[in-house]
Design a protein around this ligand. Sequence first.
Ligand code: ADP
Ligand code: MG
Length: 679
Amino acid sequence: MGPARAADLEKLGLRTVEDLLYHFPRRYEDMRLRKAIREVAPGERVAVVGRVERVTERLARSRWGLVVTRALISDGTGRMGLLFFTQSRRLPTYLSRQLRPGMEIEAFGEASLEGDLLVIKNPVFAPAGQASLHLGRIVPVHPLAGELTARFLRGLIDQALTEYGGMLEVPLPFPVDPPVKALSKAEALRRVHFPADWGEAEEARRRLAWEELFFLELALEWGRAALRQQRRGPLCGRDGPLVRSFLRRLPFALTASQKEALAQVAADLESGRPMRRLLQGDVGSGKTVVAAYALLKAVENGLQGALMAPTAVLAEQHLETLSRFWQGLGVSVALLTGDLPREELARLRREVAAGRVQVVVGTQALIQAETAFARLGLVVVDEQHRFGVLQRLALSAKGENPHVLIMSATPIPRTLALCLYGDLEVTVLKELPPGRQPVRTRWLTPDQRPRVYQFLRRQLAAGRQAYLICPRIEAEEGEAGAVQRAKELAESEFQGFRVGLLHGRLLPQEQDRVLRAFRRGEVQLLVATTVVETGIDVPQAAVVVVEEADRFGLAQLHQLRGRVGRGTAPAWCLLLADPRTPEAKRRLEILVETGDGFRIAEEDLRLRGPGEFFGLRQHGLPELGLRAADLLADVDLLAAAQREARQILAADPTLEKPPAPLWRAELASRYPRLLPEPV
Ligand code: ADP
Ligand code: MG
């Protein structure tokens, strides 16, 4: 390959022969339909076979020196013109070589009428009767870049399949339910690129998807089994007086889901193995109390606990919540964020290192190298989707295999969770605390803003509080920003009401001050950016208005809506938007239709594709190396792959029995970072 072509291939992400083999068609063109010229109708995409009668060339009257080459062909039933438009006066060699009078050719394209002559413009053509990659079959249409032509790339892939296809073979088990056809990998790859019929391509893709998902699940289950067998976690005893008195004094009765979650967490902590649990629950489902329980249980067993939040504001709120839950229990809790004065931070870190602080609540600063714990026993990570997998590992490396509890309001579809968090056990808080009312969601156009303001004033006057969310801090290009909006509203429509402003560029102390004022009811209308998106819990807030709602993603809007409806007053979410794309419109419709976080997550996945889904890139989804598999379409295969992997590992935990050693080698090359160190 010359450097220019190599560079073009590189633009498509193609560096190796294997990349090329996995460069799947974007779509296919069915070129199998051949007709006699007399039977061709204008508008049809069709192939004809005929003899070349005459070839003429003429310079088109255009500034670019376009050359039009015309060939007249006939097949005994009629005549047809083939038109080729080329840039240069010199005919491309393939044209001049293969378009000579007397030759029999096959041509494919869309027929149209020119005067009373049927023509095909820029047809695909080749000498008739020659087996071809480009004609007379279902022809793959591959993504292209730079100067690459479809013909060239097709030929290259064909060559790679012939010369290298057989070198990638790994023995595989094939499931019966759902059925996967036991094709060799070489054959499956060939059929995806050059299928003989429609069914064959999809069948072959599923075969390749199965292979990917099989190895993915084998890696995840292998890691999970290794964790179960080889590591010991800090051991906790049954609930003692401290935990029992916390439970007794809770200001509410736990929901059934919360009780179940507590029982599972207790079993983990008392097992002697490190907990690896994901606690999923829609916004407002009450995850914090589960964290408070787990942390207190660690404390009661002489361990330290850490609670990580994605923002300083949220960390501060958690500190307050924990302090309230644990009032009078004598637990020493500290807030550790990156913006503390240097001396204060150093002092706190010394206290943590000496073990005098029992529970640390903080932001990422926590995981910076300087924070050492005396005996870290439990790490709770809130709102996991903001953290990468690596951060999660960095924190758990700080103790002797501390227990890890990850809390996420991101309702990842269950099957996807299985794949992403294959190393975690999953607990779901299925219900919301009693008395919650669904948030009434309405989508309004921006010209209805006066009505919205009037509604807001009535709500505030009735003692409720509200958020008004803007997509940006400062105004730009005539679009309102939070700063201007807050000022404007305080001076006009909301004169006499107490308006606050919250955004990420305020000093953290200022953010805390505003949020506290809002929580105490001193601020009635909080104009804010998406800093309030995650976790903020102010039960009296009953209305959230989102300006330019089409600017936000579906998950974000669901999170924003989750800021209200946390109390017992009827709650409202008003979306102001004039969406410009059908997708943005669809997002708003979905939100109005449903409050079910899981459905929203699935719709989101569908609208955006897995790559964009909740920023899954950070989760390392591309690292999973799925090229043939589609997590939504192949969910059945994913589940089957997990069953298969579990069975294999149960019978052969170290993958020693042939062909398992080959699988181990395959895992090492596919997932060098996913696998635990050999112990
Ligand atoms: P999230 O799961 O979104 O983090 P929180 O833990 O912040 O939810 O809880 C949301 C609100 O519901 C809080 O005000 C909390 O005190 C309250 N809450 C939690 N559990 C219950 C319950 N069982 N009954 C009543 N209120 C509850
Ligand atoms: Mg929360």
